[in-house]
Design a binder for this molecule. Structure first.
Ligand code: HEC
Ligand code: HEC
Length: 385
């Protein structure tokens, strides 16, 4: 199926209403033809859906920063209850509609797809339930509480206009309409504009500068960056734009991030305390052979989505690329490295999970200017208005 066409058709006519995506209820005359995606846009930025009220999806997925968390002070996002932090770095909701359902691909002999860093949600509808009920995020105690909020909230009229007058009468049905609306919104072109400089370059309407071109060459070269083997950057044979991910899983050996505020959560929220270990796909599949593996993210909008890695260990792109380059040989950039001896290479902290470590990266032998070029290239993947 042509997913891009499907996304396009879902979104017809949405643009006008998106402009009016505020908390004030829509004019009654505008409600007659309200679509699920339009209601989804309203709910996505509705802070009355958390418990207590105050946190919307958009607080951790801000349209101004590629639908991810604009809060740069923390590696992971704070929930609606002050001081509560999840264990993972917020993902961009952009291009999430294109992530396939979690499945085993016999040809590649790999598990691919699934939403969240660990693939545990099968659909955007299923995914939306996660943050609403997560005590570290929107913290609702039950679906009943959420539906009560919908009934009393600013978007009740739009909700009924889209799904029927009785749409909020029964809890399970109303909750299903709500997740369907959020998912429909996330399937609109707002979340998949394919408008980066690199897209224009592929279309022949923009040129890359010298540094970006060198970065692209390193990215594609199997003997140098070898990035494209996991983050493919060429259009498909059928002409679909590149997604910069195979959607497969790997353990790049990202260290435990001790500053992660999740470790300080009370025992009820983090039973393992300081010993908490993020098993990633291993937990989803209940298989230790996949421990420490996370879904390869798209690199679209990567210039706008710091910090990097599933636990937000890396504050900048250059720092993360230095890690991929020198994980196995050490680097002068390691946080604990003595600043007095700039020439000394220090070992990176141990991977959180050592047994499944991927060896396609770790000793790439790239120079500092190679890294600068790679960063320049990666920044061409940011969507532009
Ligand atoms: C407190 C911050 C926070 C809030 C609020 C929040 N999210 Fe997220 N979102 C995250 C984090 C963190 C992840 C990654 C979690 C993981 O992998 O376990 C994520 C992951 C996602 C993903 C998966 C993207 C992918 O590539 O797999 C989608 C889609 C998403 N969120 C949509 C939503 C929607 C819709 C809402 C509102 C109902 C919402 N989020 C509310 C922080 C948040
Ligand atoms: C073996 C497959 C593989 C290769 C090769 C690879 N990556 Fe990745 N990449 C991944 C996976 C998996 C992650 C997520 C790892 C995690 O967070 O635990 C990732 C994460 C990233 C991120 C951070 C994304 C985010 O949203 O936090 C960037 C940037 C990145 N890769 C760029 C590159 C570049 C540039 C290269 C080449 C030098 C490269 N990758 C090579 C699989 C790969």
């Amino acid at each position: 199926m042509d997913v891009h066409a499907a996304i396009g058709s879902l979104a017809l006519g949405l643009a006008g209403v998106l402009g009016a995506c505020t908390q004030s209820p829509p004019e009654p005359s505008a409600l007659a033809s309200t679509t699920p995606a339009q209601v989804g846009a309203l709910l996505f930025s509705d802070p009355s859906l958390s418990e207590p009220v105050g946190q919307a999806c958009a607080d951790c997925h801000d349209p101004r920063v590629a639908f991810r968390d604009p809060e740069a002070d923390h590696s992971t996002s704070m929930g609606v209850v002050a001081g509560r932090f999840g264990s993972r770095n917020s993902q961009s909701a952009m291009y999430a509609a294109l992530v396939p359902t979690l499945h085993y691909d016999p040809e590649a002999a790999q598990t691919v797809g699934g939403l969240f860093w660990d693939g545990r949600a099968d659909s955007l509808e299923d995914q939306a339930n996660g943050p609403l009920m997560n005590p570290l995020e929107m913290a609702n105690p039950s679906t009943q509480v959420v539906v009560d909020k919908l009934r009393l909230g600013p978007n009740a009229a739009a909700f009924r206009a889209a799904f029927g007058d009785d749409a909020l009468d029964e809890v399970d049905g109303a909750y299903a309409h709500m997740t369907a609306a959020l998912a429909a919104y996330e399937r609109t072109p707002t979340f998949a504009p394919f408008s980066s400089k690199y897209d224009h370059y592929l279309a022949g309407t923009a040129a890359l500068n010298a540094s970006e071109k060198r970065g692209l060459a390193i990215f594609e070269d199997p003997a140098r960056g070898n990035c494209a083997s996991c983050h493919p950057n060429r259009p498909s044979a059928a002409g679909a734009p590149p997604m910069f991910t195979t959607y497969a899983y790997a353990n790049l050996g990202i260290p435990t991030y001790a500053n992660n505020l999740f470790y300080e959560q009370p025992q009820a929220l983090n039973p393992d305390g300081a010993a908490y270990l993020d098993r990633g796909l291993g937990r989803t599949l209940d298989d230790v052979r996949e421990d420490g593996e996370f879904r390869t993210p798209t690199l679209r909008n990567i210039g706008r989505t710091a910090p990097y890695g599933h636990n937000g260990y890396f504050a900048s792109l250059a720092y993360f690329l230095d890690f991929l380059n020198t994980r196995d040989t050490g680097s002068t950039e390691v946080g604990t490295c003595s600043r007095a001896k700039a020439e000394v290479r220090c070992a990176w902290p141990a991977p959180e999970v050592a047994a499944t470590l991927d060896h396609h990266v770790g000793d790439l032998k790239l120079s500092e200017s190679d890294i600068d070029d790679l960063v320049a290239f990666l920044e061409t993947l940011d969507d532009v208005e």
